[in-house]
Design a protein around this ligand. Structure first.
Ligand SMILES: [Zn+2]
Ligand SMILES: [Zn+2]
Length: 872
């Protein structure tokens, strides 16, 4: 076995595979390209996914890399085991439809035994039990002792449907003294003796949605070997942390803290955490990630704050992480060129975050320790979501950090309650932002507004001032909302009914999302935004990006409003005047004076006039002139609006001319399409038209079209044009059926009444009928009762109908019967009780409902006995 430095090992590996016809590519960025499902690159093959799935053609069919990876799934275990790291490098050789199993296996063996001179008898191999091909290659061609080959069921690599296949792992036996001593100790044991150093994945199937494994035409090879692991073997170290890829950082932390490595287990854990996390944060920032409360930025923040806390645990009170970064940069000297080039930048980002966290860590820790004491006193082990959220909100404690500290004390936090508090706060923040993006404006008298300009073409600017909660500040951090003024801005401010531009400012250390631009009373444009990641400072230069899609959508609607006003004057009359308007990217609203609703015909005509103008494709002209001159030319001005001496005139030559400060399309053809969606009254003498343009208008028409198609399908007509005809015939048919149903009911009622007469019985000279009847509803039941009663000279009729789980009851009595003592209301009261209902009525007529059809016989018995009672 050869001793080899980490850097040497990486080089030897890549060189070896270059010798086998591979293209050596530099490590890809940790930020995945075009893969929103992935937070960060966590495996060597991750950047090559499009090559594996065949979506993209690789630059060569054989590629080799040493890929930087970040994984945080097991972050709590970092430092506690020999191998867990959040950052590592993965050596890999890949074949995209080129070589397959034979080459992958023999080359891996050749590299390990010839290049690295690992003793063959120390190496073990695992394979998928059904992979006869791999077994044959390992035993017959490579000559591995079959006793050193272990068949394992889980040696099959797959993630849902898609490319998948068996894999084969290579292990090195580190010797009995590293083992657990158990007689069963073997490859796959949890102890440290057998170390997996390389995984070869043979992607040979495509798993279908139905779970079938179809052989791939182009088989792929994907292999991965952890650089740090392999280095630990070659350097004879017990853990990855003691290799030259990590140990210099431990030495640095040890020097700063005065804590020696290898004396105390808990302190060793902290030293190792710092070593690992220092590498992660350095490389993450190198790749362009900034601390924030979301996504990758949050992972970075968590790692940074965790490292600081472990520094504290070692007694380091001062900032120390930038020194750790120096150690990292020394380790990777000549490996990642960007690292050296960006070292000052990386240290600045870390230093800012360290400053920010330091000031609150002490207070937060004190508070948390207090909570822990209280819980202990109360004999509880769960910290409430409110308290842990307060730590997050006020002191920036990532919840994972709170949870970890709690776990060290045998406690946990109420994650569900924390999440609920977090969700509430996000909603509050969103509502606060949407609340007209109001920011309290501070005293800006010291600001030299003469130097501030507006320039539509500007792409970068310096931050002239920032304020937050009504106070001027020097810097803003992620999560903060503020007002920002630039020395020059291309952002269009709110005004004249049009919304302000949205977009972003990107500084070296932070990013601002601009939610709108507004004007101060003196006309100075300011921006309302919040920092999504990192920090921005006064005086800093930032790149400006306006959301052009939204801007163009707003411009379409604004120019369309001008066309609409002109068309209204043409179609409805010259008396029409603008009373207000609202123009956003999604729709336009135009209010105007008019005493009657605009008719459907007029609306259709207005729409046609505007669309005709759009189709002409005229350029929009914008110029400035003296106010008198503009008025003389017939420019429409908004009544009550103040205009300066020099005014801005927006015209669509030959059609519309208005005084206006808004943003417009360059050519009316860009509006694409104009569609009125509503006309209504908003106040006496004021009407409102709402309309859509561009993509929104097309989407609206398509949605309507889809409804028509659905209706056509349901009506079973081949084309939409046949819908009205089919509807007419269906309505006629339905009317006809209703008529038939009515006739049928009447006939049935008559027949039922006659039938019921058969059931008549005499009680003291009164004819009594108590029976079930078939009736569709209460109305029909009543009419059967009426008809039956009419046929009796002197009688009382009690009828019931059961429908599903309901009962309808009716009692009808003739005048004679009432005279003899019958009271229909009283009868029904008792009968209804028996079916779980209630009701009452007059002496001659009563009705009720119930809910127990099974008890109708009991209700009848009750009615009979009441009748007998009444006729006594
Ligand atoms: Zn073992
Ligand atoms: Zn306008």
């Amino acid at each position: 076995m050869k001793f080899m430095s980490g850097n040497e090992l990486r080089d030897r590996y890549l060189q070896f595979f270059v010798g086998k016809g591979h293209l050596r590519l530099p490590s890809a960025s940790l930020i995945p390209q075009d893969d929103p499902t992935l937070l960060m690159i966590g495996a060597g093959m991750a950047p090559f996914k499009p090559f594996f799935t065949g979506k993209m053609k690789p630059p060569r069919t054989r590629i080799t890399t040493s890929q930087r990876c970040v994984r945080t799934g097991d972050i709590e275990n970092v430092g506690r085991t020999a191998r867990h790291q959040t950052y590592f490098e993965m050596l890999g050789n890949f074949s995209f439809g080129d070589y397959f199993k034979r080459e992958a296996i023999t080359w891996a063996w050749e590299f390990l035994t010839k290049e690295l001179e690992l003793p063959e008898e120390k190496l073990w191999v695992t394979i998928y039990p059904k992979d006869e091909e791999a077994y044959k290659i390992w035993t017959e061609e490579v000559g591995v002792n079959p006793a050193h080959i272990v068949k394992m069921e889980d040696n099959f690599w797959e993630i849902g449907p898609g490319p998948c296949g068996p894999d084969s792992e290579i292990y090195v036996d580190l010797g009995e003294d590293r083992g657990c001593g158990s007689p069963d100790c073997a490859v796959g044991c949890d102890c440290d003796r057998f170390l997996e150093i390389w995984n070869l994945v043979f992607t040979q199937y495509d798993r279908t949605e139905d779970g079938e494994y179809v052989p791939l035409v182009n088989k792929n090879i994907d292999t991965g070997a952890g650089l740090e692991r392999l280095a630990s073997v070659l350097q004879g170290k017990r853990t990855n942390f003691e290799t030259d890829l990590l140990y210099p950082i431990i030495e640095y932390a040890s020097k700063v803290s005065g804590v020696a490595y290898g004396k105390d287990e808990a302190q060793d854990i902290s030293l190792k955490v710092i070593a690992d996390h220092a590498r992660s944060m350095t490389v993450m920032i190198m790749d362009g990630i900034l601390p924030s409360n979301e996504g990758r930025g949050y992972v970075l923040r968590r790692i940074l704050r965790r490292a600081i806390r472990h520094g504290r645990m070692l007694g380091i009170e001062d900032k120390f992480l930038t020194g750790a970064v120096d150690a990292v940069i020394k380790i990777y000297d000549g490996v990642f060129e960007e690292l050296t080039a960006k070292q000052e930048y990386i240290k600045k980002v870390i230093s800012l975050e360290e400053d920010r966290f330091h000031t609150t860590l002490t207070q937060g820790m004190e508070l948390l320790n207090g909570y822990i004491e209280n819980l202990k006193k109360e004999g509880k082990t769960v910290l409430s979501g409110d308290l842990s959220f307060q730590l997050y909100d006020t002191f920036g404690f990532p919840w994972e950090l709170t949870d970890e500290i709690l776990q060290e004390n045998g406690m946990e936090l109420d994650k569900a309650a924390f999440d609920a508090a977090m969700k509430q706060q996000r909603e509050r923040a969103r509502a606060a932002r949407q609340d007209n993006q109001r920011v309290e404006i501070p005293d800006l008298r010291s600001l030299d507004t003469e130097q501030l300009t507006v320039d539509e073409t500007a792409t970068s600017a310096s931050i002239a001032c920032i304020w937050k909660d009504g106070e001027l500040v020097d810097a803003l951090q992620d999560g903060e909302t503020a007002g920002i003024i630039l020395d020059v801005t291309p952002f269009h401010a709110e005004g004249g009914g049009q919304v302000g531009d949205t977009g972003t400012f990107e500084g070296e250390f932070g990013k601002v999302t601009v939610e709108t631009a507004k004007k101060l009373p003196n006309g100075t444009v300011y921006h309302v935004g919040y920092v999504t990641e990192g920090t921005v400072k006064v005086g800093e230069r930032v790149n400006l990006v306006i959301d052009q899609v939204k801007k163009l959508a707003s411009a379409r609607n604004h120019t369309a409003t001008h066309l609409l006003q002109a068309a209204l004057k043409q179609v409805v009359g010259e008396h029409v005047n603008q009373a207000g308007s609202a123009v956003g990217p999604d729709r336009l609203r135009f209010d105007f004076s008019n005493f009657e609703p605009v008719t459907a015909e007029q609306l259709a005509e207005i729409e046609a006039v505007v669309n005709e103008e759009i189709l002409k494709g005229t350029d929009v002209e914008i110029c400035e002139m003296k106010q008198d001159e503009a008025k003389a030319k017939g420019a429409m001005a908004l009544f009550g609006e103040k205009y300066g001496d020099v005014v801005r005139v927006v015209s669509v030559p030959g059609f519309s001319m208005e005084l206006c400060g808004g943003a417009h399309v360059k050519n009316v053809g860009q509006i694409g399409m104009f569609k009125i969606v509503s006309e209504s009254g908003v106040a006496s003498g004021v009407r409102r038209v709402e309309a859509l343009t561009g993509k929104a208008a097309i989407a609206y028409m398509n949605a309507k079209q889809q409804i028509l198609q659905q209706v056509a399908e349901k009506l079973r007509v081949p084309v939409e044009e046949e819908i009205p005809g089919r509807m007419d015939s269906l309505l006629a048919e339905s009317k006809q059926l209703q008529h038939q149903v009515n006739e049928f009911h009447a006939a049935r009622a008559k027949a039922d009444a006659e039938n019921l007469l058969q059931a008549v019985q005499e009680v003291n000279g009164v004819q009594v009928i108590v029976a079930k009847a078939d009736a569709a509803d209460m109305d029909e039941l009543r009419s059967i009762a009426d008809m039956t009663c009419d046929k009796l000279k002197n009688g009382v009729v009690v009828l019931a109908t059961a429908a599903e789980d309901k009962v309808n009851l009716v009692v009808k009595a003739s005048g004679e019967a009432v005279k003899k003592g019958i009271h229909a209301g009283k009868i029904i009261k008792e009968a209804a009780k028996a079916v779980g209902g209630g009701g009452g009525g007059r002496p001659d007529m009563a009705q009720a409902g119930g809910r127990q059809p099974e008890n109708i016989p009991a209700a009848f018995e009750k009615a009979q006995s009441v009748i007998k009672e009444q006729l006594k």
